[in-house]
Design a protein around this ligand. Structure first.
Ligand code: SAM
Length: 284
């Protein structure tokens, strides 16, 4: 395999220039391709959903190893390329649609295949909405193996409560066990993005990592807290007006022995879960 040569050949043959608005950075590094496919442990028992196949670089390898590959690609120009390259594979299907609009749950259920996995070199402009959708839709999948910006990967795999996190960090650790798989330099793509990338793998947990009365309310609380993450938690919640006044929130925090000066990103997932349970019964 020489992904660089192949990519240049295809771009030239179909007169394709990368569309920046669609986050098109095509993978040209053989090692990175092998690294992602190996990490996903693709087998003939698997249905693979590939988000954003682009020219089909990962798709080609996936088709050889998987039971079935369903690609979801927004760019219409890629349809001809993908059909030309892969229509002879009986286990190949492509859907020309925005992945955020696709009912993935139904798509997976319709296939009579043992396990489903997501594999993708994600378009970076919508990494967070895509990952949130994959988690919140509660899909019947085993793993999500995706290439994303290194900086985002750092935030996603960090243990909640220990550093530079976002609301999505808590969702990741609630639904999955995340790990970093591979570091990929920006030179592994054409056009080269400004930043380096990482491949991460999220292993979906059979039951979420913490117990909470109301999952939806937990994530509402975390999102509200992180809307003002530079403020103290108590101020961020009081400003939102959803959880009563400062005094009421202070009472709840004291009961849970949570420091009144704490900032949202210093709270563990367990603390957010306890706070969500108590705040619902005492204030909301
Ligand atoms: N998989 C190819 C590779 O590794 O070379 C391309 C990866 S490129 C980073 C991201 C791909 O996602 C592009 O092909 C782009 O057109 C596609 N894409 C962008 N937004 C999308 C969306 N909302 N739904 C589905 N695909 C999308």
């Amino acid at each position: 395999m020489n992904v660089l040569k192949e990519t240049k050949f295809i771009l030239d043959k179909y007169h394709i220039t990368a569309n920046k608005n669609l986050g098109q950075n095509f993978l040209i590094d053989d090692e990175a391709v092998t690294g992602i496919i190996d990490a996903a442990k693709v087998s003939k028992e698997d249905l693979i959903i590939e988000i954003g196949p682009g020219l089909g670089t990962l798709t080609k390898e996936l088709l050889e190893k998987a039971g079935k590959v369903i690609c979801i690609e927004l760019d219409k120009r890629m349809m001809e390329i993908l059909e030309d390259r892969f229509s002879m594979y009986t286990n190949f299907k492509v859907i020309n649609e925005d992945v955020l609009k696709v009912n993935l749950k139904d798509l997976i259920q319709q296939e009579k295949i043992k396990t489903a996995k997501i594999v993708a070199n994600l378009p970076y402009y919508i990494t967070t909405p895509i990952i949130m959708k994959l988690l919140e839709d509660r899909l019947d999948i085993e793993t999500i193996t995706v290439m994303i910006q290194k900086e985002v990967a750092d935030r996603l795999v960090t243990e909640p409560g220990t550093g530079d996190t976002g609301a999505i960090t808590y969702a990741i650790h609630y639904y999955t066990e995340p790990k970093r798989v591979l570091e990929v330099p920006n030179t592994a793509f054409i056009p080269a993005p400004k930043v380096n990338s990482s491949v991460i793998q999220l292993e979906i947990l059979k039951t979420p990592s913490v117990k909470v009365e109301n999952e939806e309310e937990l994530f509402k609380l975390i999102k509200i807290a992180f809307m003002q993450k530079r403020k103290t938690l108590i101020n961020a919640l009081a400003n939102s007006k959803k959880y009563g006044n400062k005094e009421q929130i202070e009472k709840v925090l004291r009961e849970l022995k949570i420091d009144l000066q704490i900032r949202p990103e210093k709270l563990t997932l367990e603390q957010f879960a306890e706070l969500s349970n108590l705040i619902e019964t005492k204030i909301v």
